[in-house]
Design a protein around this ligand. Structure first.
Ligand SMILES: Cc1cc2nc3c(=O)[nH]c(=O)nc-3n(C[C@H](O)[C@H](O)[C@H](O)COP(=O)(O)OP(=O)(O)OC[C@H]3O[C@@H](n4cnc5c(N)ncnc54)[C@H](O)[C@@H]3O)c2cc1C
Length: 445
């Protein structure tokens, strides 16, 4: 299809309209009242936005207090708070009666969609950003060219003075499974709901399914298969010895506070790395403690009844994957006993986490201006002097800003730190343009 080129130069284009960029659009709206409105556009590849929508099962709850919504930590009086959402939906009293800080992900998704609707004039859904390229003014890059593609395959090119790249994570597929990407029996947990519906168990047929991984997603899949697919027998395959609980105790939880972002950022990289290592199990390869108890009780009931429907295969390494029409055989090594076994499955769920590399692919045409992709405290990429367009990154700065970076934890504050930096950048640009034109007027005179 033919490209179409828009003539407007935007102040900001956002890659993705998930929580990070929704929070940013709120922060910009707040600042617009005193600092003037910016021309902004956010593009999200999902045509029907949902927050990790393919993973929302009946058991999935928010893993963070609802008070860490898009605004409350910065501006508790904002109309975009979770509490105001509840009030507008007529559910505030009922929610209070629940006595929880952790709403279902179904409800939090609805909250995010409700906020996003307020900004629908600034967002185009069903448009995937494909490339970001430099636009040269003499020898300087002051603006960027953004190419996107909509669901009908139509490409669009736009120009912007700044970018907020917030694409979230992409499914991490272990090397052994890479060659089976097109096999519908092997799927990543990010596609859980739509993929499981296409399996024979959705029609009540018997299936043996392997869940690879020992984190929250793996646990949620096991419970969903147990509760909603009675014809499924599941094996949970883990490298570790046991499911481990997420440490949500209050002192440790301070690792998710804005203060910790400063502690992390102000450290040397070697110390940042050891902090990340120390707190790794607050977020990764861990399961909500209540869910661990639920799973333990499920296994205990199996022992009582003698009907061993599901299995744990702990301390197990997958050595080979052999897919045939009959099924998928996994060659498993028990690291404790050294025993090897070939086990057949009808489907495999890869609850193997996410990686955050998309910004590197999108920014490849600018690679030579971006050094080693470090960001400043306000999440702005450090470019060399030739690139003056501002590029902000959200969700891929864990190594410099800490474990909250991929989560909701500091969104309310981070969005305003970016907004402040962006306004300051655009003001400086305007002043430079004004002083250049004054200089040329003086020269002509
Ligand atoms: C299953 C799951 C559950 C989670 N639960 C929690 C939780 O309970 N608490 C918590 O704090 N964190 C949780 N997280 C972490 C999660 O990363 C954050 O909650 C939050 O979603 C981060 O927001 P984001 O906007 O940075 O990324 P995302 O929410 O991933 O949004 C990114 C958006 O960008 C769009 N996009 C990607 N690439 C492109 C492109 N090239 N062009 C256009 N659009 C694009 C995507 O469609 C998506 O809508 C969870 C993550 C997962 C995967």
């Amino acid at each position: 299809m033919k490209n179409s080129i828009a003539s407007t130069v935007y102040d900001l284009i956002g890659v993705g309209f998930g929580p990070s960029n929704i929070a940013l659009s709120i922060a910009l709206e707040e600042r617009a009242k005193s600092q003037g409105a910016l021309s902004t556009l956010f593009l999200d590849k999902q045509d029907n936005y949902r927050w990790h929508g393919n993973t929302i099962t009946g058991q999935s709850n928010l893993q963070i207090s609802f008070l860490k919504d898009l605004v409350s930590m910065r501006n508790p009086t904002s109309p975009y708070s979770f509490v105001n959402y509840l009030h507008q939906q007529g559910r505030l009293t009922d929610f209070i009666n629940l006595g929880t800080f952790y709403p279902s992900r179904l409800e939090f998704n609805d909250y995010l969609c409700w906020v996003a609707k307020h900004f629908s004039d600034q967002c185009h859904y069903g448009e995937m950003i494909l490339a970001i390229e430099p636009v040269f003014t003499q020898d300087k890059i002051k603006t960027l060219r953004v190419t996107s593609c909509n669901i009908h395959g139509k490409e669009q090119v736009r120009e912007t003075r700044s970018l907020a790249i917030s694409p979230g994570g992409s499914a991490r597929i272990p090397r052994l499974f890479e060659e089976f990407k097109s096999d519908s029996r092997i799927f990543h947990h990010s596609k859980y709901l739509s993929s499981i519906k296409q399996q024979p168990c959705a029609q009540g047929k018997t299936m043996k399914i392997a869940i690879i991984g020992g984190g929250q997603s793996a646990a949620e899949a096991l419970i969903d298969l147990n509760d909603n697919y009675p014809s499924v027998q599941a094996d949970m395959i883990l490298r570790s010895m046991a499911l481990k609980p997420a440490d949500a105790s209050p002192f440790v939880n301070e690792v998710f506070t804005p203060k910790f972002t400063d502690i992390m950022y102000n450290n040397q990289q070697v110390d940042r790395d050891s902090l990340l290592k120390e707190y790794y199990h607050t977020n990764y390869s861990v399961v909500d403690e209540a869910m661990i108890k639920q799973i333990y009780s499920m296994f205990y009931k199996q022992k009582v009844s003698g009907d061993q429907r599901h299995n744990f295969r702990c301390l197990t390494e997958i050595e080979q994957v052999i897919a045939t029409e009959q099924g998928i055989a996994l060659a498993l090594l028990n690291k404790e006993t050294g025993e090897k076994e070939l086990v057949n499955y009808d489907a495999i769920i890869l609850a193997t986490g996410y990686e955050r590399k998309q910004h590197l692919e999108l920014l490849a045409p600018l690679d030579s201006y971006l050094g080693n992709y470090t960001v400043d405290r306000n999440y702005r990429l450090q470019t060399d002097a030739r690139c003056q367009a501002a590029i902000y990154l959200q969700g891929c700065n864990e190594s410099s800003h800490g474990i909250s970076d991929t989560l909701l934890s500091v969104l309310a504050l981070r969005s305003d730190e970016i907004a402040a930096s962006l306004y300051s950048h655009l003001t400086q640009e305007t002043q430079e343009v004004a002083s250049l034109s004054t200089a040329s007027v003086l020269e002509i005179a």
